[in-house]
Design a protein around this ligand. Structure first.
Ligand code: 5GP
Ligand code: ZN
Length: 114
């Protein structure tokens, strides 16, 4: 997608602090962190949100969660804990229309943090 910020990050058209990459998945630090650790995990293929996933994407979503598991182990938060959030659509306040999973960690969380 030409006008998608995250596609531009994937294509290195805009810089980001990448923490993980494989054939299908990219993860980078959120530009406006809400927690001491705030990473975004995205598929390299442009998909708008969870609402746009198809049955054929099952394999890809599995790969995204495998990447999340690897990142958590790499940075040690598999021991301390973390939260995964994916905002989907208007009511959830999704601002970037490229499927992404927030990894939030690094301190004790209240229930309401998103
Ligand atoms: P959403 O609100 O759609 O769930 O989350 C979008 C996230 O993308 C926000 O947390 C925002 O800070 C992050 N973000 C938006 N633009 C950029 C950018 O250019 N670079 C990075 N690293 N993060 C971004
Ligand atoms: Zn995109």
């Amino acid at each position: 997608m030409n006008d998608c910020i995250f596609c531009k990050i994937i294509n290195r058209e805009i810089p980001s602090d990448i923490v993980y990459e494989d054939e299908n998945v990219l993860a980078f630090k959120d530009i406006t962190p809400q927690m001491p650790i705030h990473i975004l995990v995205i598929p390299k293929r442009h998909i708008k949100s969870i609402a746009d996933l198809k049955v054929e994407d099952e394999n890809l979503t599995g790969k995204i969660f495998t990447a999340i598991n690897k990142i958590a182990k790499d940075i040690g938060i598999h021991k301390t804990g973390f939260r995964i959030i994916s905002n989907c659509g208007e009511d959830a306040g999704q601002t970037v229309k490229h499927l992404h999973f927030h990894i939030l960690a690094g301190e004790k969380m209240s229930e309401e943090i998103i």
